[in-house]
Ligand binder design. Structure first.
Ligand code: PLP
Length: 399
């Protein structure tokens, strides 16, 4: 659109670094004519390689590559043995995929308020626990880990499973440990907006060998196969069951393999960019989003203004200066999504109309997130500082 202001830099993380490695990796797979992960005329085993490399990055013994972040969350819960109609506590601030995954696993989402970290408020979990509560799904939103210490403590005390939704946080850590290794299972997405991408894709990280076996089987029709080549897919002792097809293609895996080495350095760089901007504006007493573990964050610059109106003006001010910025989820918690509010699901999983999540709604509506791009130059970073100071002084000080 011609009247949109020209941005100084692309806010993409993965795409900003996209290049020859991806192209070469894709061409190799295409030339092999072996795009299916389990067999083919000249299979390169890129999906296996990606699982191994991802496990190493995430600090877990096992990764299962799948088709999407939503599939990863669903298969993680299936792997952990979620009973039908079990309740899973989900933060009111997340992408709708977290909710779809619970419904997909035949569970029932129960929503919880976030705090000013925009992640699950550990103090608000306990009041939601009933005898049907089975799990809790902290969401590591926009490269900031949820406060996993107190969250896992509450979960342990009540015997709940912890499924980490790390779709927006590959490469992020908490307490020195990568996200995806802190709960009973972790789920990642490789959709276009995420830290590494092949357009689509997902991964489940697990520690327990039996859970791994169930997840690995589930994404491959429940591990029914002794293939035409006589290979058995699925290694453990659990018998086959009826599963799904969520298999990653070799093309996707090859592209992700090309990107994976850039992930952790990129997160570190963006964390340092965010840190620099915060320190260069320290005199303005900005209400920044709280970071439960700043050291492990993958770069987030979100602040809260005094009102929705002010937040909107702040976004416009930054955009006019060519700085990408937006209000997260248009200021709406996932509970404001109509289908979620009305509990409309494909198979009659039902829940009561959720109440208003006023804390979450208030925080989101007053939030401004500055888009950080993996290819930002020092000049771009300086421009963020300059535009930030000017806009802040024009809007907040003038009020
Ligand atoms: C992107 C995302 C998902 C879903 O991932 P897909 O790959 O799009 O299915 C789930 N949860 C969160 C928080 C996300 O950002």
């Amino acid at each position: 659109m011609s009247d949109e202001p020209k941005m100084r830099y692309e806010p993409w993380r993965a795409l900003a670094l996209w290049g020859e490695e991806e192209e070469a990796a894709a061409v190799e797979v295409i030339r092999s004519r072996s795009l299916f992960r389990y067999y083919g005329p000249d299979l390169l085993h890129r999906t296996d390689a990606f699982e191994t490399a991802f496990s190493e990055m995430a600090g877990v013994p096992h990764t299962v590559a799948v088709t999407s972040g939503t599939a990863a969350l669903t298969s993680a819960m299936v792997g952990l043995g979620i009973p039908a109609q079990a309740e899973v506590i989900v933060p009111a601030v997340t992408f709708v995929g977290s909710v779809s995954a619970v419904v997909g696993a035949r569970g029932v989402p129960v929503f919880a308020e976030v705090d000013d970290s925009l992640t699950l408020d550990p103090a608000r979990i306990e009041e939601l626990i009933t005898e049907r509560t089975w799990g809790v799904m902290p969401v590591h939103l926009n490269n900031v880990a949820a406060d996993m210490g107190p969250i896992t403590e509450v979960a342990r005390r009540h015997g709940l499973r912890v499924i980490e939704d790390a779709a927006q946080a590959a490469g992020v850590s908490y307490g020195g440990r990568p996200v995806g290794s802190l709960g009973d299972a972790g789920a990642f997405s490789f959709q276009l907006d995420k830290n590494i991408t092949a357009g689509e894709g997902g991964a489940v990280t697990v520690t327990d060998a039996d859970v791994y076996d169930r997840v690995a089987r589930y994404q491959d029709q429940g591990g029914q196969f002794t293939t035409s080549k006589g290979m058995t897919r699925g290694a453990g002792d659990t018998p086959p069951f009826i599963g799904a097809n969520q298999r990653m293609t070799e093309l996707t895996a090859a592209i992700l393999c090309a990107q994976l080495p850039r992930l952790v350095p990129m997160c570190r760089r963006l964390r340092d960019v965010a840190r620099h901007v915060r320190s260069e504006t320290a005199d303005l007493s900005v209400h920044w989003r709280r970071l439960p573990d700043e050291e492990g964050s993958g770069g987030d610059l979100t602040l809260f203004l005094d009102s929705r109106l002010q937040a909107r003006a702040f976004v416009t001010g930054l955009n006019d200066a060519g700085i990408p910025a937006h209000t997260m989820y248009q200021g709406q918690p996932v509970t404001a999504n109509r289908a979620v509010r009305e509990g409309r699901t494909p198979w009659g999983v039902e829940w009561d109309r959720p109440p208003r999540y006023r804390t979450s709604e208030g925080l989101l509506g007053r939030s401004v997130t500055i888009g950080l791009g993996a290819a930002m130059t020092e000049e771009d970073v300086d421009a963020v500082v300059t535009a930030f100071r000017k806009t802040y002084e024009g809007i907040v000080r003038a009020d």
